[in-house]
Design a binder for this molecule. Structure first.
Ligand SMILES: [Zn+2]
Length: 306
């Protein structure tokens, strides 16, 4: 695929049906996973993707109109992983750090975006021990974080925007996996999926102050730094203009630190090298002003014995 993510060292690229990226480390473990793009198909002759896929139900959509289209695309993607939406677990994603623990077959395929009927609070992550469960999350800059414990057959998927990252949602997922299913973080593998890069992700001083208050100043200085005007990404300058010396947040490093401190071994954490805003020709991006839809991340709780 002739795109700027074609050289990714972290993701494999698939163009057989609906194109998607997958985490190479999880592929090697035999764990089906994906992150979608804007493309419904790939034109081999032209060497480019054909745009138009809608996977997520956006708040601006009329649910009854958008939902069947989005569900049909998600179902096609799910089938590419050997699954289907009948096995889907999906949250309403309200930028919380709440994680739902799915243990019952009745949880599968019944939850709908915006009306997570099985839970009395908004959630942005799921963990489950149900074999074959299809975990899904949406993002248009906020990276998904995939987690798997192949020893106990437990999987987790969280939506980690800046608020979820601040609330250490990957740690919440790992704590639930440990508490509810007896997992050991030392057995886990984790991957931070595509999302906005630090060079694209400008934040106000209040975000620095919030991280400094909750994570400590040393951590805040590690994951947030001021960008001299003109040192932003090419995409940032093209889409937004020259910056004004504000902080930029490194979501990847923040979530990597959280995973590491929760006990996941460093060499088992794959970190995205693909930015949604730097590649708005390939991805929908909130900051990149490509708001028509979002990508879907999927992870199937299927583990080959390792
Ligand atoms: Zn970027």
């Amino acid at each position: 695929m002739k795109t700027r993510f074609g050289n990714s060292k972290v993701f494999n690229i698939h163009t057989d049906d609906i194109p998607y990226l997958s985490v190479g480390m999880f592929d090697r473990l035999g764990v089906p996973n994906l992150y979608s793009t804007r493309f419904t198909s790939y034109d081999d002759a032209k060497g480019e993707g054909v745009s138009g896929i809608r996977c997520a139900v956006m708040k601006t959509d009329r649910l009854e109109e958008a939902s069947p289209v989005c569900r049909a695309n998600r179902d096609r993607l799910a089938h590419q992983l050997g699954s289907s939406l009948e096995m889907e677990l999906v949250t309403d994603q309200k930028h919380t750090n709440h994680v739902y623990v799915a243990t019952k077959e009745e949880d599968l395929g019944v939850a709908t975006v915006g009306t997570f009927a099985l839970h009395r609070q908004y959630v942005d992550g799921i963990v489950t021990d149900i074999p074959g469960a299809l975990l899904t999350a949406f993002g248009g800059d906020c990276p998904p974080v995939y987690i798997i414990d192949p020893v106990r057959g437990v999987a987790g998927l969280v939506h980690a925007g800046w608020k979820g990252t601040l609330g250490k949602i990957p740690q919440v997922a790992i704590a639930q996996m440990t508490l509810r299913f007896g997992c050991d973080p030392a057995d886990m593998y984790a991957a931070i999926g595509p999302g906005v890069c630090a060079d694209c992700y400008e934040m106000g001083d209040e975000v620095y102050d919030t991280f400094a208050a909750e994570w400590g100043r040393e951590d805040a200085d590690r994951i947030l730094r001021r960008y001299a005007p003109g040192s932003e990404s090419e995409a940032y300058r093209r889409i937004i203009g020259t910056g004004t010396g504000k902080y930029h947040l490194d979501l990847r490093e923040a979530n990597r630190l959280t995973l590491l401190r929760a006990g996941v071994p460093e060499d088992r954490i794959a970190v995205s090298d693909v930015c949604t805003m730097c590649n708005t020709d390939v991805f929908y991006s909130y900051r990149g002003r490509c708001l028509e839809n979002e990508q879907v991340a999927m992870l199937v709780n299927t583990v080959r014995s390792v």
